[in-house]
Design a protein around this ligand. Sequence first.
Ligand SMILES: *Cc1c(COP(=O)(O)O)cnc(C)c1O
Length: 403
Amino acid sequence: MIKVAELIKKEKNRLQRGLELIPSENYVSKDVLKALGSILTNKYSEGYPKKRYYGGNEFIDQIEELAIERAKKLFNVEHVNVQPYSGSPANLEVYYAFLNIGDKVVGMNLAHGGHLSHGHSVSFSGKNYDFVHYGVNQETELLDYDEIRKLALREKPKLIISGATAYSRIIDFEKFQNIAEEVGAIHVADISHIAGLIAAGVHPSPFPFTDVVTTTTHKTLKGPRGAMIMCKEKYAQQIDRAVFPGMQGGPHNHTIAAIAVCLGEALRPEFKAYAKQVVKNAKALANELKKQGLRLVSGGTDNHLILIDLTGEECVGKEAEAALDEVNITVNKNMIPFDKRTPFNPSGIRIGTPAITARGMKEPEMKVIGQMITRVVRNYKDKMIKDEVRQQVLELCKKFPLH
Ligand SMILES: *Cc1c(COP(=O)(O)O)cnc(C)c1O
């Protein structure tokens, strides 16, 4: 029987020997891992600092307060809840705080870059709230704020959620807030993908004007799997009650400690440099892919991710993901806006630079990676070429070891 420890070792080896291009993934620091794997997982602490339903929380309180304090400083926000178990629960908790079942919500279409928890029909959100979706403009493949405003004026939603999981351009949160105010809706910005970029000032911030902001902590923020809800003070009680006792029981204290550590790291100047490089790398990779003749949705990127439209190439999403997997390049297949194919075999792949940048790679490596991706996609059945590229990947990985 294979033991868990052996499987973890194998997974570590896979990480070491591969290029991680999934834009929602990253590598956490040793200190984050230490907090995450600590004895803090043993403790129950339902409630909030100094208002617990269990004894023995003297130090747990200080850890949670530290996480909150650092998040407030990093993002310039009035109130923070660090207890949500992950990004999807955080969004459901926000809906629970402001909505009744059946209420109208405006969110982004999944096929255009939105998230499952933004009202997709298979998700709790889509099944229980009356979601109406906006997408990108077919020509520009960019968000069209005039259309979003028209939709909001027509539908009169109680809540508008902005933010995306596969949108490679700047999101204008101020425009969303203005639209929400005009129609009397709450604006929730879900910054899960770009939290690290916002923290470092390389993407415009939704703070302090946005009503509520949700984020995962494990994507560009480089923390443990977890989430935070941040809001104006006037919504603090509503949000906290929705998280506990509304949706959750005991907080995951080991995760909260790891969030505190990652926020401490994000407050340092090195993190700013890292986030800047993430965007520089994405632009360099996008340029090389374009040079190789691949079509990028919206023509490029302003952030950490790139959506490649493989329509007309030898292989599209599903086969491209599989062929790249064979050469130790990890990507995910993804729908493109107005995709004529299905989510299980879509036309695109989504790639991103947070993880490879964390390894220390820069523009010259992006050029090589862009060439390797194109070569594999265009020769996806050629075993010799794939063997050659795999060797190239292994050598590149050796030069940028994971610590
Ligand atoms: C990743 C993501 C989430 C969900 O996070 P999980 O932790 O996987 O539940 C929510 N919203 C957006 C925009 C995301 O990108």
